[in-house]
Ligand binder design. Structure first.
Ligand code: XMP
Length: 319
């Protein structure tokens, strides 16, 4: 039964022994796992770590700035931010199949990351935020025991061509232990205890074809929902909460005119393991505030719905 401080000390020693004076590359996503790896490695090897943060244009509101603020400005970690929105959106153009979208986003990520890595000289190691459940999951997938429903691109997506040795300091840890490490390492509480966010990001929360116009509306709607959940002290009572963009035109009346505008669905669930989930019984007043704000503040949205489906059979995400 080790304390977070002891685990950190132990991992710092191990990383230093493994890496020596060589350089390490890390794909920083802003999620808990890669963030904790970044903080840990920065403590262990300082400037021998370079992080690459790929902005795919499908992140939550202000997410890219927050990552840069926390790591680059506040902690002094070397982070390269790649603005790849155009590349992701143009490759997604015309594609509406969810699994095909996941593949495009995953492959584009690898291409962008690879291109950036090629510019950095003298890198021998690739760090990854692999945690114990990921190890189990991919072992099960290899023996054919797991039925792989979705291509979670952030698990085991090491570019074949990169020939780098892996540094995976979280391989033996569970999520709650990783969070405790994050707090001990001085990461902001909000970052460490944030709801999970899928690798394909808003790409699977815009149903069908992904467009910049849709992503921009969805980002704002999602931010309003999350802000109100925090204000009402409901954020940490839900396991995951987000907005979904429905590309259907629904009627709204403004003055004398009928307008046909987009629909936003709100999803909030309570779950232990994310395998089954119950829709969160949010207070009506909270839903009312969120709905009013989204419709009043965002042009192009005339209707908000709340998803009351349990998993199974409904999944947490809409695609
Ligand atoms: P579902 O929708 O399958 O989601 O009930 C269960 C959990 O997995 C997340 N999720 C993903 N995470 N890439 C990811 O990294 C994906 O393609 C993906 N699809 C779903 C989802 O957000 C939830 O936490």
């Amino acid at each position: 039964n080790w304390t977070p401080a002891q685990i950190i000390e132990d991992q710092i020693e191990r990383v230093r022994a493994q890496v020596g004076d060589r350089h390490v590359l890390l794909g920083l996503s802003g999620g808990v796992d890669s963030s904790v790896v970044a903080a840990l490695l920065h403590k262990a090897i300082g400037d021998q770590l370079t992080c690459v943060f790929v902005d795919n244009g499908l992140l939550r509101k202000a997410e890219g700035d927050q990552v840069m603020e926390t790591f680059a400005r506040h902690m002094g970690v070397r982070v390269i931010r790649v603005d790849a929105e155009d590349q992701f959106l143009s490759r997604l153009e015309g594609e509406s199949d969810p699994e095909a979208k996941r593949k495009i986003i995953g492959n584009t990520f690898i291409d962008v990351f690879d291109a950036e890595a090629a510019k950095i000289e003298g890198v021998d190691f690739l760090a990854q935020g692999t945690i114990y459940p990921d190890v189990i999951e991919s072992a099960a997938a290899k023996t054919g025991k797991a039925h792989v429903i979705k291509s979670h691109h952030n698990v085991g997506g090491l570019p074949e061509t990169m020939k780098l040795k892996l540094v995976e300091p979280l391989r033996e840890l569970f999520k709650d232990e990783v969070r405790k490490l994050g707090v001990e390492l001085g990461l902001p509480y909000d970052m460490v205890y944030r709801h999970p966010f899928p690798g394909p990001g808003l790409g699977v929360r815009i149903l069908g074809e992904v467009k910049k116009e849709y992503a921009d509306i969805l980002r704002e709607a999602d931010a309003i929902f999350i802000e109100e959940l925090h204000k009402a002290d409901w954020y940490h009572k839900t396991s995951q909460a987000f907005a979904v963009f429905l590309p259907v035109r629904s009627v709204g009346v403004v003055g004398d005119a009928r307008r046909y505008e987009w629909v936003i669905a709100l999803r909030a669930v309570e779950t232990i393991d994310f395998m089954t989930a119950r829709w969160a019984h949010l207070p009506y007043e909270l839903l009312e505030t969120v709905s009013n704000r989204i419709i009043n503040e965002l042009s192009g949205v005339s209707r908000v719905t709340y998803d009351v489906s349990s998993k199974p059979p409904a999944t947490i995400e809409w695609e």
